[in-house]
Each structure stands twice: as structure tokens, then as C-alpha cells.
Design a protein around this ligand. Structure first.
Ligand SMILES: NC(=O)c1ccc[n+]([C@@H]2O[C@H](COP(=O)([O-])OP(=O)(O)OC[C@H]3O[C@@H](n4cnc5c(N)ncnc54)[C@H](O)[C@@H]3O)[C@@H](O)[C@H]2O)c1
Length: 372
């Protein structure tokens, strides 16, 4: 009999793609999702993109009865339900702690009552804080958090003790977490809670640290999600992308299809149990480059990005994934190139009407002294 899988938060961006991936491989898929208004809009109903074969249970992961009900007959769980937004987590502290930390605790108590075979939890690169760096001699350097004074002076890059600029290096799973937001703290908490309870109760558990995911179905009207969606939503409204700092900061953009494959591999690989994996593209791109590429594929290359020189407290300078472990243990290898992925994103965007709430989001951060 085919495995019956529950995805919490499976009506969202990554979860719905994972549902497609699993259905294509013969799994049965159930989703528990409360269709959170920030992601799905007010008066939300079942998203059109969710495959009709997915059984959708509308409910809150913090509600023990809803979770127990969702676990009936389930063999494996992907825990994706989360409030997702670094900046917003710094003032909606109760909401992020409730959904992410308490929601995970509620799920785990239900699993203690009725264990499943396997559990995969969505974690995040945000828990690294800054990525790994090297000095000009090639020596590894771990950096902390840039001071407010440094940001005010516009000194964006990290420097070694002798004043030389440090270069970003691929970040492995072994880099110690450096938590700079309530969101990052909650992702580490989700990861550790799942691994701890999984080990104690014999549930084969793995945690996947996603880097910056992109692809169709991104919640464009939610200004707190990834930078790519934010740029795209500005461009759809004929406004140029606005870039913090100088735009030379680097990130790892990974196609949602590659993430979905990695999630399936984590379920199908016995050696994944008890382990944490980076899931990224393994490539670093500057935010300037990304803004220009998004504008190009949307045919809006005349809308040159605005480099604002502004900053957000808690933003890191550079981070991209070392995916060696996922390659060797899971057999993961990214298949979608950035250009292919952006072209598909652009085609999907043609049909989307995103409300540009970026200005409002920036104002909310500024009002709290979290951004300049
Ligand atoms: N998108 C990224 O780049 C990225 C990067 C790193 C980690 N992640 C993690 O991956 C997971 C999926 O992210 P996503 O990008 O698909 O986000 P998303 O916002 O599109 O999906 C999250 C889903 O969770 C649901 N949800 C929120 N609160 C809930 C609750 N209380 N009960 C039940 N469902 C609830 C939402 O309605 C939504 O459908 C999250 O755990 C996120 O932290 C995402």
C-alpha cells in the first residue's frame, strides 16, 4: 500500500509543490492548513493550484484536536506550517512563537500519543545568521552581527582584524547557529524539538534547512517573504525593485522544484534519520544581479533597481549553502538553473495581480526602529 503523508502548511508555496512531487510518485497526500490570511488573503478558500487529489483539512496546527484528526492513518509527516517572515517576527513575537514554537509542540505531543514512521521538518538558513567567511589567506572566519553604528556608517562588508575584506564561503551545516530574529529562533526550536522527540520515540526525523526558495505560487502580496517575490511584485506594478544596502550582498536562490525533490529524498533515504541538511542551489548571487535578472525576464529591464543605501536591523550580509552533505547522503542535486527558474516564474507572474505592500511593510519596520 502506498504511504499516506501529512503536510502541515501544505496549502502554501513549498508544501503545495511537495504535494505535487509526492502525488507523482504514488504517495497519498493530506494537508492541514489554516489558510492564513497573510498568505492566502482574507476569506481564503482552497487554492486553485492545490492538486484535486490532495485532501485538505482546514485547521490550525496549534489546535490539538485538529492535529490529532489530521494524523489519522498517516505514516509520515512533513511539518511546514509556520509564520514566515524575519522582519515581522521582530514585532509579532507572540504570533510567531505561537504558530512556530507552540504549533510544533502541539504536533509533537500528538505524535507522542500516536507515533508515525517518519517526520521531516522545514528549517531555514536564517538560523545561521551570517554565512561562513574566509580571509585573503583562505582561513575560515566566523563573524557576528554588524553593529548599528557600522550600518549607519554604510560599512556593509565584514573585515578581518588587519582591515582586509572577508569573502563569503559556502556555509556547511556544522556552522553554529547565530540567531538574529524571533523567526530564526523559532526555526531552530522547531528543528531541535522534532529531532529530540523523534529520537526519543523512534520516529525517523530529519530537518531540512531551506535557503531562499523561489518559483510559481509564491505569496506575492506578502511583503515579508523572499526578496525575489518582493521585486517581482514591485515590477508587476511598474515600480523598480528597491534594494537595501549597496546590492552586493549575496544569497542562495533555490528552485521550489529542487526543494520538493529534496524533501521526497529525505523521506526515501534511511540514512537521513537524525540528520540536518542544507537545501540550496550551492550558488551565490548578488541581490543586484537578481533584481536585474527578474526585471529582464519580465521584460521590464528599463525599471533599473533603486539602490537605497538603507538597511534593516538583523539583515545578514552574505550566506549561501554548502550542499555537500545533501548531495552525498540524499543524492540531491539541483536541477533547475536560475535562468530557467526565473523564466518560468515570469511566465506565471503574467497572470498574477500582486498588491504591492512593500512600502507599508517598510514603514512598519521603520516605525519600530528596525529599518532606516
Ligand atoms: N520560502 C522560503 O524561502 C523558505 C526558506 C526557509 C524555510 N522555509 C520554511 O518552509 C516552510 C514553508 O514555507 P513557504 O515558503 O511555503 O511559506 P507559505 O507561507 O507559503 O506556507 C506556509 C503555510 O502554512 C500555513 N499556516 C500558517 N500558520 C498556520 C497554522 N497556525 N496552522 C496551519 N497552517 C498554518 C499557511 O496558511 C501557509 O499555507 C515554512 O516552515 C518556512 O519557515 C521557507
Amino acid at each position: 500500500m502506498s504511504q499516506h503523508v501529512l503536510i502541515t502548511g501544505g496549502a502554501g508555496f513549498i508544501g503545495s509543490h511537495l504535494a505535487d512531487e509526492l502525488l507523482a510518485k504514488g504517495y497519498r497526500v493530506r494537508v492541514l492548513d489554516n489558510l492564513a490570511p497573510q498568505v492566502h488573503g482574507e476569506d481564503a478558500r482552497r487554492p486553485d493550484y492545490l492538486d484535486p487529489q490532495v485532501e485538505l483539512l482546514i485547521g490550525d496546527v496549534c489546535d490539538p484536536a485538529a492535529v490529532r484528526n489530521a494524523l489519522r492513518g498517516i505514516d509520515a509527516v512533513y511539518h511546514f506550517a509556520s509564520a514566515v517572515g524575519v522582519g515581522q517576527s521582530m514585532y509579532e513575537v507572540v504570533h510567531y512563537t505561537r504558530v512556530n514554537n507552540i504549533g510544533t509542540a502541539v504536533l509533537l505531543e500528538a505524535l507522542i500519543e500516536k507515533p508515525v514512521e517518519q517526520l521531516v521538518v522545514a528549517s531555514s538558513m536564517s538560523l545561521y545568521g551570517e554565512g561562513l567567511y574566509r580571509n585573503p589567506a583562505g582561513e575560515t572566519r566566523i563573524v557576528g552581527e554588524r553593529s548599528l553604528e557600522q550600518l549607519k556608517r554604510g560599512e556593509w562588508e565584514w573585515k578581518d582584524t588587519d582591515g582586509s575584506v572577508l569573502q563569503p564561503a559556502p556555509t556547511p551545516e556544522s556552522k553554529a547557529p547565530a540567531l538574529a530574529s524571533v523567526y530564526a529562533l523559532s526555526k531552530l526550536d522547531q528543528e531541535r524539538l522534532c529531532l529530540m522527540i523523534g529520537r526519543a520515540y523512534g520516529i525517523k526525523t530529519s530537518a531540512l534547512r531551506f535557503f531562499n526558495a523561489y518559483g510559481p505560487r509564491q505569496a506575492l502580496s506578502n511583503p515579508y517573504t523572499g526578496v525575489l517575490a518582493i521585486f517581482a511584485s514591485r515590477l508587476i506594478n511598474d515600480s523598480p525593485p528597491r534594494i537595501f544596502e549597496d546590492g552586493w550582498q549575496q544569497r542562495d536562490f533555490v528552485s521550489v522544484y529542487d526543494i520538493a525533490r529534496a524533501c521526497r529524498l529525505a523521506l526515501e533515504t534511511p540514512a537521513a534519520a537524525g540528520e540536518v541538511f542544507n537545501i540550496g542551489s550551492g550558488q551565490a548571487y548578488t541581490v543586484r544581479d537578481i533584481a536585474q535578472r527578474v526585471a529582464d525576464v519580465m521584460g521590464k529591464e528599463q525599471l533599473a533597481p533603486e539602490i537605497t543605501g538603507k538597511y534593516r536591523v538583523g539583515d545578514i550580509r552574505h550566506c549561501y549553502a554548502d550542499i555537500t552533505k545533501a548531495r552525498s547522503v540524499l543524492g540531491y542535486s539541483p536541477q533547475v538553473t536560475l535562468d530557467q527558474g526565473l523564466a518560468e516564474l515570469a511566465a506565471w507572474l503574467e497572470g498574477q495581480a500582486a498588491v504591492d505592500r512593500v512600502a507599508q511593510a517598510s514603514a512598519e519596520l521603520s516605525a519600530r526602529g528596525l529599518a532606516l
